[in-house]
Design a protein around this ligand. Structure first.
Ligand SMILES: [Zn+2]
Length: 416
């Protein structure tokens, strides 16, 4: 990849015909302390909050605080638990300390969600100094955190900065590199869902699709040397530019399923791992769905019942879920897909063909075995509910409308 391609894309140099969104983001390369000082000075920030976990080194913390002070900003460091949900001290400390902050700085990818949420909530600049190549959801047009078992989601229009320290990235640990790879590779499902959505609504940016596909393909060909983390971060930034340009429409069923699997499984998997595990299953499911006739399924989805179930599971209002279900259902007209079907099936088969190299690369990078993490029931419920998750659209929505998901429900009932 050309150096700086991500910066060009993120800076709005996006040559396409659609009327896509533009994010206010700047990428700076160099030593994080220096870059953070420059940014804080340019913003004339009087108070800056630094989000750290308990694993953050004391010496680095002191360096960052000194950099902020040098720029004239009073640093306030907030120690946050990596798992944000249900940690009351997190919510309390954050709501209180971020009050008069004029910028938020975060370096650990595990804390990115919480930092992005509070920066968007206060509409203040967010600086992410990437200590690892994991940048899941970076620059997403909406940000969310789970607070007391409820997902809080808001739109993010605040300015964002990304600091890339190439030397530091070389020292990223293996699990972070594997997670970054898993997150990017699981985007093969987003590719399909973005196409399907495009066929249904006409909103489709070919250039975005090709860029994301190219970034995923490039990730498959990285080595396992010290340059891998930087390449992965660059690929992630290209995908982030696409996510932003398409106003979040470049997203697929793997994200929704992963969100709904959060509390399940033998062990707690990271968001990237959950998406990765879901991607394999979904692409097979999509292939089966699109290649077999399903016009005359007898099962009709019970919207009210479905909204009720999801509402009690995610803590989101039943009305909001129903509104989303009806609006997504309204454009889920399969006749519109028919024209694109041969090409769509061909692309699904090509992407499924990538599976072998994806799993091999994930293993080489130190990824852990994810098979057998979830029971059939956990999978079935997450897949079924993912069709209705507000703010999302995927082939699962079509499967709900056609009655195919009712078959999954029936299978689940029969097994129980
Ligand atoms: Zn476009």
């Amino acid at each position: 990849m050309d150096k700086g391609k991500a910066e060009q894309l993120l800076g709005g140099e996006f040559c396409c015909k659609c009327d896509g969104g533009k994010v206010s983001v700047e990428v700076r390369r160099g030593v994080p302390e220096q870059k953070i000082e420059e940014i804080a000075a340019a913003l004339h920030a009087d108070k800056a909050v630094l989000f750290v976990s308990r694993h953050f080194s004391e010496s680095e913390r002191a360096c960052f605080e000194a950099a902020l002070r040098a720029a004239g900003a009073q640093p306030v460091t907030v120690s946050v638990r990596r798992r944000f949900d249900n940690a009351l001290e997190n919510a309390g400390a954050l709501f209180a300390s971020a009050k008069e902050a004029e910028m938020i700085v975060v370096c650990e990818s595990g804390l990115y969600d919480a930092a992005a949420y509070f920066a968007a909530l206060r509409n203040i600049p967010l600086v992410y100094a990437a200590f690892s190549p994991e940048a899941d959801g970076i620059l997403a047009p909406t940000v969310s955190v789970r607070i007391r078992d409820k997902t809080e989601r808001i739109c993010a229009d605040n300015p964002r900065y990304i600091v890339i320290d190439e030397e530091r990235l070389k020292r990223a640990n293996r699990s972070e590199v594997a997670a970054a790879f898993a997150s990017i590779a699981s985007g093969i499902v987003s590719l399909i869902d973005y196409r399907v959505r495009g066929a249904l609504t006409g909103e489709f940016c070919r250039e975005s699709y090709n860029l994301a596909r190219g970034a995923i393909s490039e990730a498959l060909h990285i080595g396992t040397d010290e340059n891998a983390p930087l390449t992965l971060l660059e690929s992630r930034l290209v995908i982030a530019a696409v996510e932003n340009h398409t106003r979040g429409l470049f997203s697929g069923g793997e994200c929704a399923v992963a969100e709904l699997l959060e509390g399940s499984g033998k062990r707690r998997l990271s968001s990237a791992e959950r998406k990765f595990a879901a991607a394999f299953l979904l692409l097979d499911l999509y292939a089966a769905y699109f290649s077999s006739p399903h016009e005359n399924l007898l099962y009709v989805p019970d919207y009210a019942q479905r909204a009720e179930e999801l509402s009690s599971y995610i803590g989101c209002g039943k009305g909001t879920i129903l509104t989303h279900m009806l609006s997504a259902g309204a454009f889920a007209d399969e006749e519109k897909i028919a024209l694109y079907l041969p090409r769509l099936l061909e692309e699904i088969e090509i992407l499924r063909g990538w599976f072998g190299s994806i799993t091999a690369k994930y293993r080489d990078l130190g990824g852990t075995d994810l098979s057998d993490q979830y029971t059939f029931g956990e999978w079935a419920r997450a897949i079924d509910r993912a069709a209705d998750l507000p703010g999302t659209f995927s082939t699962l929505t079509l499967m709900r409308e056609s009655g195919a998901l009712e078959l999954l429900r029936k299978e689940l009932q029969d097994r129980n």
